[in-house]
Design a protein around this ligand. Structure first.
Ligand SMILES: *[C@@H]1O[C@H](CO)[C@@H](O)[C@H](O)[C@H]1NC(C)=O
Ligand SMILES: *[C@@H]1O[C@H](CO)[C@@H](O)[C@H](O)[C@H]1NC(C)=O
Ligand SMILES: *[C@@H]1O[C@H](CO)[C@@H](O)[C@H](O)[C@H]1NC(C)=O
Ligand SMILES: *[C@@H]1O[C@H](CO)[C@@H](O)[C@H](O)[C@H]1NC(C)=O
Ligand SMILES: [Zn+2]
Length: 469
């Protein structure tokens, strides 16, 4: 039976080919597991803030999930740049949100943090935050008070969003709970969103005002801890706990400022040979980093005057910036950068900064490191992991959502060990791959049965014919 034999072999071969290729292909173009994801930032929550305060809810979360020793934010360690790194997975020089403040070096205009939220071109500078990428791939995204929420990106914005009013009180625990219930009940619940980013302005405000070692900061950490308990209760009440992965982190840490005669303060106007008249624009008096635009032809003069003028002030031309800071390769970064040592701030004419706590320092300073916690169906339990950079949070979230990330500076390999292996989960690609292979094999065996029946009946027919003959 040469003809049937050949057909059978070919068909079997084709079936196996189809089965293996459909089994290996990602589900709906997805790249990973799929769950709902809530990203929460508690502004300025330093990695070690749970060490001198009782934090029963954060401790319970660590038992049920993953706790990192600390995470490393990108430089410059201030709110808008570091939050945009969480949303894009890019270092600051690569996403373009290089400061909390928008500025124009020609007109001398400067806009503070809140007003900069509404400068669309500042945020929409070529990088897509995860909301847009998720929505383009069929997921639904929302954002509450998270830096960058007010802006649109290539004409698109998060489909559900809430931007806080001007002069908002970022510390009100009752308002925090109302926001949590809205996100759980309405956004994840009724509106079935897949991703939400949520922002709380504490313990940053209290850390600035009273310093990171103050009883006020410890009280605020207790408020954050109560809120973490409230968030997880709310997820359970709305029947989300087994579908929702919760990541809680922060944008930067906080450090006690040294002043009041304790140290030799950095005051630029007192440095011999330096004058503001040589500058056409400057951004100083905003903590430990300053940026200067010298007038035409005066860069070397300004640089030489400042370089080495104060033992705790580091002066760089943009192109000399240490590469590890990833804060040079962007036209918005001005040609001269001033960075003070941890604890020092940079003053222009006279000291104008009276915060007891500050951030913005080198991201290698341990006081600049935020905390990181995660809990939910995708995460292992009771696992403490080592530190990693916050550029890696974005590819992790894309993996959890099952979406393909935009090009970024992070990698899933930095966090993969936190995840339960895909066999332990309900709906994962590898399980669906197994089922594809199974369906393929079933089809092949079915076909083989048919061929076998045909072949044996034909053989029997021939046999009968032969007997007749
Ligand atoms: C700054 O202002 C000048 C003058 O109005 C304008 O030409 C320029 O485009 C502005 N630059 C930015 C970055 O907004
Ligand atoms: C980013 O902003 C700079 C000006 O600040 C502008 O020159 C550049 O074209 C912008 N890039 C994109 C992709 O929007
Ligand atoms: C913000 O609200 C809290 C009450 O939750 C209050 O204690 C605090 O004084 C308010 N802060 C400001 C700056 O109004
Ligand atoms: C705190 O928020 C609640 C709920 O939004 C509001 O009723 C209350 O007036 C706020 N308290 C303060 C001090 O702002
Ligand atoms: Zn911040």
């Amino acid at each position: 039976m040469p003809s049937i034999g050949k057909t059978m072999l070919w068909t079997t071969f084709l079936c196996l080919l189809m089965a293996s290729s459909s089994g290996g292909a990602p589900l709906n173009g997805a790249t990973g597991a799929r769950s709902k994801v809530l990203l929460i930032s508690f502004d300025g929550f330093r990695w070690d803030y749970d060490r001198d305060v009782d934090t029963p809810n954060l401790d319970a979360m660590a038992m049920d999930g993953v706790k990192a020793a600390y995470v490393t934010p990108p430089f410059i360690t201030i709110t808008s740049p570091t939050h945009f790194t969480l949303l894009t997975g890019k270092y600051v020089e690569n996403h373009g949100v290089i400061h909390n403040m928008w500025f124009n070096t020609t007109t001398q205009e400067r806009k503070p943090y809140y007003m900069t939220q509404f400068v669309n071109e500042w945020w929409d500078n070529g990088s897509l935050p995860i909301w847009i990428t998720a929505q383009r791939q069929g997921r639904k995204a929302g954002s509450l008070h998270f830096p960058g929420t007010a802006s649109s990106y290539q004409g698109e914005r998060a489909m559900v969003s809430e931007v806080e009013p001007r002069f908002y009180n970022y510390s009100n625990e009752t308002a925090w709970r109302e926001s949590v219930d809205k996100v759980m009940g309405q956004w994840f619940g009724a509106q079935d969103l897949d991703f939400v980013s949520m922002y709380f302005g504490e313990p940053d405000a209290t850390g600035h005002r009273h310093g990171p070692d103050s009883p006020e900061r410890r009280a605020m950490v207790r408020q954050v801890d109560r809120t973490v308990g409230y968030i997880r209760d709310s997820a359970r009440r709305h029947d989300l706990a087994d579908r929702l992965d919760i990541i809680i982190t922060a944008d930067h840490g906080m450090r006690t400022v040294l002043r009041n005669g304790l140290v030799n303060e950095i005051i630029l106007s007192q440095i011999p040979g330096f004058t503001f008249k040589d500058l056409s624009f400057h951004l100083v008096d905003f903590g430990p980093v300053g940026m200067l635009l010298p007038k035409e032809g005066r860069l070397e003069k300004v640089y030489n005057a400042l370089k080495g003028a104060h033992p705790n002030l580091h002066v760089y031309k943009r192109e000399e910036m240490p590469e590890r800071l990833h804060y040079a390769n962007n036209p918005r970064i001005l040609p001269l950068l001033l960075i003070s040592d941890p604890g020092y701030v940079i003053n222009g004419y006279v000291p104008l900064q009276f915060n007891k706590g500050e951030h913005g320092f080198d991201n290698e300073d341990m006081d600049m490191k935020p905390f990181f916690r995660a809990v939910g169906p995708s995460f292992r339990q009771n696992l403490e992991v080592g530190p990693f950079e916050t550029v890696n949070v974005y590819p992790l979230m894309c993996h959890l959502l099952g979406i393909k990330p935009e090009p970024n500076d992070g990698h899933l390999d930095a966090t993969r060990h936190m995840l339960v292996s895909s066999d332990d989960r309900g709906t994962t690609v590898s399980e669906s791959a197994v089922s594809h292979v199974f369906i393929g094999l079933a089809a092949v065996s079915g076909f083989l049965v048919v061929v076998f029946v045909l072949a044996t009946s034909r053989a029997a027919y021939r046999k009968r014919k032969a007997i007749k003959r």
